[in-house]
Structures are given as C-alpha cells and as structure tokens.
Design a protein around this ligand. Structure first.
Ligand code: NAD
Length: 418
C-alpha cells in the first residue's frame, strides 16, 4: 500500500511530543512550543513580463524567539503550504538550540515556480514579499536567509528593499548575501561542511574508513553538490548523485566537480557520459555506506525505508524522512544523523555572517572554518552522548537537546502578563 505522505506539521508535532515525553515537559510548555508565536499570510500581486498581473501567496511563520531573534530561510516552490512552512519554522527553533546559537526559529515561503519566471519577475516578487513582511523582519527581530530555489541574489533584493524603507544600509537584515554586500565567504559550502563534519564523526563511531565508504547524494543543489565535492576530496567514493530530473550512477565513483560543470551547461546531471542513468527512487535504494538526502522533505517513507541499504543516513535536507520511515530505519540499526544536527552548519554560518555585519568585522577564513567545526562537532558529541545515555536514536537525542534548551528558556522568561 502506498504511503500517504504525512502532513509535515503533524510530523513536526509528533517529534515535539516524543521529545516532551523524554524530557517530562509540562503540558503548558509543550502547548506553547506546539504553535508558532506568529504567522503572517500575504498576497503578492506581481506584474509579469507580459504585462499581466499574477497574485502569488506567501507567508512568514515565526515559531519561537525565547533564545534570540527569529531566524530562517525563505523558500520559493510551487508546493509551499502554510503547514510545511510552520513545520520548518519549528525545526529551525530546535536546530538553533542544538548548536546553541542565540536564535529562535522562523521560515518563509512563496508558492511560485521560479523555474518558469524571469529574473525581473523574481525581483518584483521578492521586493513585494519583503514589503509585505517588513514589519516582522529586521536584524533584531527576524533575519531571513536563502532556502530552496532562493539564493544570494534574492537576499540582496530583500536587503535593498529593507534598507530603502529604513533610509540606510542594513546588511545585518539578511544572511546568505553576496560577499560584496557583507556576505560570508564560506556560506555557500558551510551547510555541506557541517554535514561532512557529522559524517566524519559518525564513520569514526561506526569504524568505517573513508576510502571504503560509498556515498549516494540525492539533490545536486547548493548543499548536495558541495557535500559530494567535499566528500570526494576527502577520499569517499561518490557513486551516485541526482537532481529533480533524475540521477546518475557509476560504481567506480564519479567526480562531482565534472558533474557540476556538466549540470551548469545542460541544466541537469542527466546526460553525463559513462554513467548509468537512474531514477531518484533507485538512488535511495542503492547499496552503499552513506546516503545523503539533500533535496526536499519526505523522500524516505514507509514505502522505501526497508529498501534503503546503507549504514549512515545524513539528513542534509530538512525532514527528508517521514516519522514511519524513521522507525523502520531505527529498527534496522541504520545510523541516522538528523536534519537539525546534520545541516546546522548553514544556520551557524548565517550566525557568523550576522555577527560580523553587526560588529562591522571580517573574520579570516581559517578562523571561521575552525569556529564552524568546533560548534558542529560539539553539538554532534552532545547529541551522541544523550543517545548513549538514554538509549535513544540520534533524532530523539537531538530533539531532547534542542527542545530541552528552548523549553528551559521559555520557562526562565516566564509568562507575562501572568
Ligand atoms: P537547492 O535549490 O540549491 O537544491 C535543491 C536540489 O534538489 C536541486 O538539485 C534540485 O534539482 C533537487 N531536487 C528538487 N526536487 C527533487 C526531487 N524530487 N528529487 C531529487 N532531487 C530534487 O536547495 P539547497 O539549498 O541545496 O537545499 C536542499 C535542502 O537542504 C532543503 O531541504 C533545504 O531546506 C536544506 N537546507 C539547505 C541549507 C542551505 O544552506 N542551503 C541549509 C539547511 C538546510
């Protein structure tokens, strides 16, 4: 029977409920954490290149800011829903807490298909969206960043629109900006670097050698391609990669840099020479040591979790595994590095960018990379220690750490008016 993909918000709430049980959380605190603090739905009339006006729907959801200003990406995708964005905003709250950086969680989205829009249309859409959420964002309120199908150019337009309203330049209003505007030089690879730091720790615990480890990467965008490249540089054998159109496989390994050059010219990894073309479903079922889902949510489901033949799943994407699949992977003793830990390098580097913008400083690359490594590995070690102590899987352990820190902050702030 085919699995009905779960509502992402139900899935996120199930995770919260699991962590709450382990933490013995008061039901009132759990209720506070179950709901976003604020959600704004916006309609965005945009003049298209043909002169017609189209009205897009968007939202910004702010989940919790007990530990610091809201922080979270903006996603442009035809399937964006309020529930999905709310679920992702919750994940952001836990993620910031897992790596212990002083942010809360938020997320934004616009229901559109950027692949079918011109650059001018995307600029008009982005500026309109920024104007509509202007009262909610700002360097001390809520700091947007890129997510699926948004990029540094999108962030430049948001920064400019925000700054125009303020009357002065506010680079610290967004992260993931172009370097020329105060962006962080390692931002592009930071999420992937964090994924790789976690994989390096996991292989140590499982006694797997890099040279013996075959890797399959689903999604060849910013995170997937950089993860494939760095793993290849470290001696791992990347045997398969894919994008929304399909995947490629070669058992002797492929060179991600060459595939990236090919994708730049042709728009897809498909058509690359001397490899077998496979579907995204096949990629997830390839026998190998490490699987890196780096595309969208709910790719590993009850329908295929039994067929995943790997030792490590490193969740570079947000929520790529459904709760039912999670159980199956866990029963099969597959070591899963959960999203809120595995891809936390992204928000950590955003934090570095924000701090540098606020202090008007520029850190040397080596210093920044060292800080990133220390933060992600410390979080991995803390999560791993909880998983051993409480005899739970890594996702539950990460949720215990993240939700626990947020709950403590909420309790300490107190309720006002009481
Ligand atoms: P991106 O837009 O750069 O890349 C997405 C990739 O996934 C593209 O190659 C696309 O072709 C592919 N894709 C889309 N649908 C697919 C499908 N059905 N099957 C296989 N591939 C598919 O996005 P990104 O920034 O690399 O983000 C990827 C994931 O990582 C998302 O879940 C995002 O939320 C998460 N994430 C990203 C960052 C970051 O810094 N960019 C940080 C944390 C988490």
């Amino acid at each position: 029977m085919a699995e009905v993909k779960p509502n992402p918000l139900d899935a996120a709430r199930q995770q919260l409920s699991l962590a709450s049980k382990h933490l013995g959380l008061d039901s009132s605190i759990r209720e506070v954490l179950e709901k976003p603090k604020r959600a704004l739905i916006v309609s965005l009339p945009v003049k298209m290149d043909d002169g017609k006006v189209r009205v897009f729907s968007g939202c910004r959801v702010q989940h919790n800011d007990a530990r610091g200003p809201f922080k979270g990406g903006i996603r442009y995708h035809p399937c964006v829903t309020l529930d999905e964005i709310t679920a992702l905003s919750m994940l952001m709250t836990w993620k910031c807490a897992v790596v212990n950086i002083p942010y809360g969680g938020a997320k934004g989205g616009v229901c559109c298909n950027p692949k079918e829009m011109s650059k001018n249309e995307l600029e008009r859409l982005t500026r309109r969206y920024t104007t509509m959420i202007l009262d909610l964002i700002g360097p001390y309120r809520d700091v947007p960043a890129p997510d699926v199908y948004t990029d540094e150019q999108t962030m430049a337009w948001i920064m400019d629109t925000y700054s125009q309203f303020k009357g002065y330049s506010v680079p610290e209003s967004v992260t993931g900006k172009p370097i020329i505007l105060g962006g962080f030089e390692q931002r592009e690879s930071a999420t992937a670097l964090g994924v790789v730091f976690c994989i390096q720790e996991a292989v140590k615990h499982l006694k797997i050698k890099a040279k013996d480890a075959r890797v399959a990467v689903q999604g060849f965008g910013s995170v997937g391609w950089n993860a494939a490249r760095i793993l290849h540089e470290l001696g791992y054998k990347v045997i398969a990669v894919s994008d929304s159109q399909g995947g490629i496989y070669e058992k002797e390994g492929i060179d991600p840099v060459k595939v990236f050059e090919h994708k730049k010219k042709k728009g897809s990894v498909l058509g690359y020479k001397n490899v077998r073309e496979i579907s995204n479903e096949e990629l997830l079922e390839l026998p190998c040591e490490i699987l890196v889902p780096a595309a969208l949510e709910h790719q590993i489901t009850r329908a295929n979790a039994e067929k995943v033949k790997v030792r490590i799943v490193a969740e570079a994407a947000n929520a790529p595994t459904t709760p039912e699949a999670d159980k199956i992977l866990n029963e099969r003793k597959i070591f899963l590095i959960p999203d809120i830990l595995a891809n936390s390098g992204g928000v950590t580097s955003s934090y570095f960018e924000w701090v540098q913008n606020l202090t008007r400083e520029r850190w040397p690359e080596r210093e920044a990379n060292k800080k990133l490594k220390n933060i992600v590995i410390k979080a991995f070690d803390e999560v791993y220690a909880i998983s051993k102590k409480r005899e739970v899987d890594m996702r539950t352990a990460a949720l215990i750490l993240g939700v626990g820190r947020v709950a403590e902050a909420v309790k300490t702030l107190g309720l006002w008016p009481s």
